[in-house]
Design a protein around this ligand. Structure first.
Ligand code: UD1
Ligand code: CA
Length: 455
């Protein structure tokens, strides 16, 4: 059977106390609503419709219109969850099934949706609601069942009697409908309730009264349906998602010494036998190879790291690092740093928009920007590429085997030829020929007995 999905994401999320719409807040490096979209995509929904309203530009901007293939329905005024679904009617094929989900449940996993869909199909119901039992069901809609255990209706906390409030089976806010039946029932919704809203939950009661089958998929899914209303809950969801990611990596062969202090975004890939030391943060689209040692205290964002790489106490953003490199402690690799194999970048070295060839070393206290380094180049401590003249950035080229003496200033544009040497402390402003020595500094003078004469 074919499925489409409608994700309700028009609400403001007042309790977040934020300028950002609730579903756009990040959890484990990804906006909340994207986690929901990913789960829906994983179960093969043919069309994904997002109902947007509050902060809709911000929500829409989270998606790539082509690559993400998400469609948007606009709910101008937030008149309730039933009203939100009405806005998507034109876009849903009445002959299909439709999953209806809230946009603020980032812990939702495909397996849980698949279970909901399975129950829906096996029961042949017009509507299937996902429910779970909670110790403290406060705030949720409760599933009211008749004496024979079949579904009767859902009652909201604010409309519930004392007896109904004691029911511990709650409505997850996730449903599967036969689309035609759902949209027909929506036409009969009223706002005669405590909140004066069109409750989506009421259509299940309407369908039930019409003699259509309403099924309940009761799951042990506490975590998956966890809705985020404030930043305390946001942090709890963050913790759960991080734990899931760490556990998946550990099961795939990554050693994480202290999972509690290791933060890895969901899309990050790490190869087997890599060891992650405490306080390692891996973000965005980072990929790390096998047998690496990363951390402690290292942050890597949107970077590609090969195998057998060691990185300690460093910050790396949009860089690529080939196999067997040795980085840090205290290195800073910025966008466009591209290191070949076996490169050494040592302490207090910053590299930006530069290629560094195989086996080259920049061991201490250097800035290398807008540069191309060949193979086996040695850059002495304190070397600076003077790449910026206040208006433009210029390139420095250090050819294979060049040896840059300590404290060299390389005033770009400038080239040091292959196997050329610069004397320590030189300010190099002109190209150095291959195999030459360039020295640019005043000759050392001695003033004899200087100290004695002062006395
Ligand atoms: C809803 C359910 C409740 C269930 C709970 C689960 C109803 C009437 N109640 O309550 O039974 O236990 O979810 O979390 O449906 N939204 C819109 N437009 C609106 C209103 C809401 O798009 O006009 C969106 C919100 O952005 C949110 C979702 O719908 O993503 C749920 O809305 P919310 O107000 O949080 O519903 P609850 O009161 O929690
Ligand atoms: Ca809610």
């Amino acid at each position: 059977m074919e499925y489409e999905a409608v994700i309700l994401a028009a609400g403001k999320g007042t309790r977040m106390r934020s300028e950002i719409p609730k579903v756009a807040h990040q959890v484990a490096g990804k906006p909340m609503v994207l986690h929901v979209v990913n789960a829906v995509r994983a179960v093969g929904a043919g069309k994904i419709i997002l109902v947007v309203g509050h902060g809709r530009e911000q929500v829409q901007s989270l998606f790539d219109p082509v690559a993400d293939a998400v469609q948007f329905a606009l709910q101008e005024e937030q008149l309730g969850t039933g009203h939100a679904l009405m806005q998507a009617q034109e876009m849903v094929n009445p002959d299909h099934n439709v999953l209806v989900l809230p946009g603020d449940t980032p812990l939702l996993q495909a397996g849980t949706l698949a279970e909901l869909m399975r129950v829906h199909e096996e029961s042949g119901a017009a509507a299937t609601v996902l429910s779970t039992r909670m110790e403290n069901p406060y705030g949720y809609g409760r599933i009211v069942r008749s004496e024979d255990g079949t579904f009767q209706r859902i009652v909201e906390e604010k409309d519930a009697s004392e007896e109904e409030k004691s029911i511990q089976e709650i409505n997850s806010g996730m449903y599967c409908f036969k689309a035609r039946e759902a949209f027909t029932a929506l036409k009969n919704l009223s706002t005669a309730n405590a909140q004066g809203e069109y409750y989506l939950t009421d259509i299940l009661e309407l369908l039930n009264q019409q003699g259509q089958k309403v099924a309940v998929c009761l799951l042990d899914a506490g975590e998956d349906i966890y809705g985020i209303n404030d930043r305390v809950q946001l942090a709890e969801a963050e913790k759960i998602l991080r734990r899931r990611k760490n556990e998946a990596l550990m099961r795939s062969g990554v050693t994480i010494m202290d999972p509690a202090s290791t933060f890895i975004d969901l899309d990050v890939e790490v190869g087997s036998d890599t060891v992650l030391y405490p306080f390692t943060i891996l973000e965005g689209q980072t990929r790390i190879g096998s047998r690496c040692m990363i951390g402690p205290s290292t942050r890597i964002r949107d970077s590609i790291i090969g195998s057998d790489v060691h990185i300690e106490s460093s910050s790396i953003n949009q860089a690529s690092i080939d196999d067997s490199c040795n980085i840090g402690p205290f290195a800073y690799l910025r966008p466009g740093a591209q290191l070949g194999p076996k490169v050494k970048i040592g302490d207090f070295v910053e590299v930006k928009k530069s290629k560094v060839g195989e086996g080259s070393k920049i061991p201490h206290l250097s800035y290398v920007g807008d540069s191309i380094l060949g193979k086996e180049v040695n850059v002495g401590a304190g070397t600076i590429t003077c790449n910026y003249d206040g208006t433009n950035k210029w390139q420095t080229i250090l050819e294979d085997g060049a040896f840059i003496g300590s404290n060299t200033n390389l005033v770009a544009p400038v080239r040091v030829g292959s196997h050329a040497t610069t004397g320590a402390g030189s300010t190099i402003t002109r190209d150095v020929p291959d195999h030459a020595l360039a020295v640019e500094r005043a000759e050392q003078k001695h003033i004899q007995d200087w100290k004695l004469r002062k006395e």
